[in-house]
Design a protein around this ligand. Structure first.
Ligand SMILES: Cc1ncc(COP(=O)(O)O)c(C=O)c1O
Length: 453
């Protein structure tokens, strides 16, 4: 099939959302259409997901696609923001933990799965966040989901920022049917929603959910105002700091520290899977009762094996670096790269979304252009993540370029140039097939479907 025919086929016209609700009695057989669509994309190099890294998540890395195509190039897809996963002290701490405590936590936190590194990690995090009580989870997903599902009952309400992470959305939907979403970052809409809920219901809880840094848009809520609003209406605020903690803010305290809100937010949840070179997550609170309640009533803590001692030790040592002067140096290096990358795009007329953070969202707009550009950059050894509908709105496809302290400014310039050239080339290819059809670069006029994950 030539490109002109491909463009009119599901290869380009379909999205994951076309396949999310198969029908019929055969639960297994009905997965086939999705697989066929995915397979067609895979075989034409248009499925940029599920690649494997053949080296550590370093700035220069070796990548293999699901169909076995190997490439060497610049890694913009890893979340090792301060490059701590290869930091000698973190690696040594991990080795020590394996030597001293073995590999396995061998039980949930309720059943003997806690270890000296996990207990020390709870304490260190409590100090860092100025929240005295911390409960650990095996993943950040489990922490967000578990905090909400643990605290919220069917009579209660959850109000989410419309772009809150899937773990938070799904936790809310598992806990109650009374889930509302307010437009992204709109504290004004939040006030209206809280007013409306409290006008009809003064006897049940309201949990308001947001993030410290939204990783698809690289933007940040006004947290103090949000917390004040919550208190005004007898609601509780939860902030997920998965992407900002450690990477941003004074001494790596994230958006909470940057906004003078350390220790002042009702609930903080987060993950070790970005800056803390590990897997695992946490809920932090000022209340001993809340910590115990979330542990026992939030499913993922009690019904999943605890974070491994090696994971806890790596996160603990990462936290030590995050809080040190060395952490400041690493954050400054990352910022220099972030600014260089954003400037390189701006220099050729492309405005990256949001504000400077380790996530640099590059708007591609048209989903067809996005898929072609994504294939071209992979072939040329530059590896950002492609974000498509329904993770973002239909015509707001973007590259999410993740920047680490171990990158260089030269890599930023080269990465931007390869991406920009690929975008131009993809646009020319599309124009040749479908004159006048390609959306403007940041393209979003027209369809405004809301992301539904
Ligand atoms: C805001 C947010 N919360 C939670 C998670 C899940 O974290 P983890 O990878 O530790 O499960 C992520 C990761 O993608 C995230 O972006």
């Amino acid at each position: 099939m030539n490109l002109r025919d491909q463009l009119d086929s599901p290869l380009f016209t379909h999205f994951i959302a076309n396949y999310t609700h198969p029908t019929g009695p055969d639960l297994l057989g009905r997965t086939e259409p999705f697989f066929q669509w995915q397979e067609a994309r895979r075989q034409t190099g248009l499925w940029p997901y599920s690649r494997s890294l053949e080296s550590p998540p370093t700035a220069e890395c070796a990548v293999v696609s699901e169909t076995g195509v190997a490439r060497q190039g610049i890694n913009f897809g890893s979340q090792d923001y301060l490059a701590l996963s290869t930091h000698p002290a973190v690696v040594e701490a991990a080795h020590r933990a394996i030597r001293d405590f073995g590999l396995h936590s061998a039980g949930s936190g309720m059943f003997g799965g806690n270890t000296p590194p996990s207990l020390q990690l709870e304490e260190a995090l409590a100090e860092h966040l100025e929240m005295p009580y911390v409960a650990l989870f095996a993943t950040g997903w489990g922490a967000g989901f578990g905090a909400i599902a643990g605290l919220v009952r069917p009579e209660d309400h959850v109000v989410l920022d419309a772009l809150a992470h899937a773990s938070l959305q799904q936790g809310a939907m598992a806990a109650t049917q009374k889930v509302s979403r307010v437009p992204h970052l709109s504290n004004r809409a939040m006030r209206r929603k809280l007013q409306e809920l409290r006008a009809h219901d003064t006897s049940n809880g309201i949990l308001v959910v947001t993030e410290g840094l939204f990783s698809m848009d690289s933007d940040v809520p006004r947290i103090e105002e949000l917390q004040r609003l919550c208190h005004e209406f007898g609601a509780t605020l939860l902030v997920d700091v998965a992407h900002d903690l450690g990477a941003l803010g004074p001494r790596g305290t994230g958006s909470l520290g940057a906004q003078g809100m350390l220790g002042k937010v009702d609930l903080v949840v987060g993950s070790f899977s970005k800056t803390f070179s590990s897997n695992g997550g946490f809920v932090a609170t000022r209340s001993a009762a809340v910590r115990q309640f979330v542990r026992v009533m939030g499913g993922p803590h009690i019904f999943s094996n605890a974070i491994l001692p090696v994971q806890a030790a790596a996160a603990l040592e990462s936290l030590r670096v995050v809080r040190s002067e060395e952490g400041d140096v690493l954050r400054a290096r990352a910022l220099e790269n972030i600014v260089a990358l954003r400037d390189a795009f701006a220099g050729r007329g492309v405005k990256c979304l949001g504000e400077p953070s380790n996530v640099v969202p590059v708007p591609l707009g048209d989903p067809k252009l996005a898929r072609i550009a994504s294939k071209l950059v992979f072939e040329r050894g530059v590896f950002p993540n492609l974000v498509e509908y329904p993770a973002v709105r239909l015509r707001e496809s973007r590259f999410r370029m993740q920047v680490m302290s171990s990158h260089t400014v030269a890599q930023m310039k080269h990465g931007a140039q390869v991406v920009l050239d690929a975008m131009d080339e993809a646009r020319r290819m599309l124009e040749a097939c479908e004159p006048g059809q390609v959306s403007a670069l940041s393209g979003p006029a027209g369809a405004r479907e809301q992301a539904d994950v």
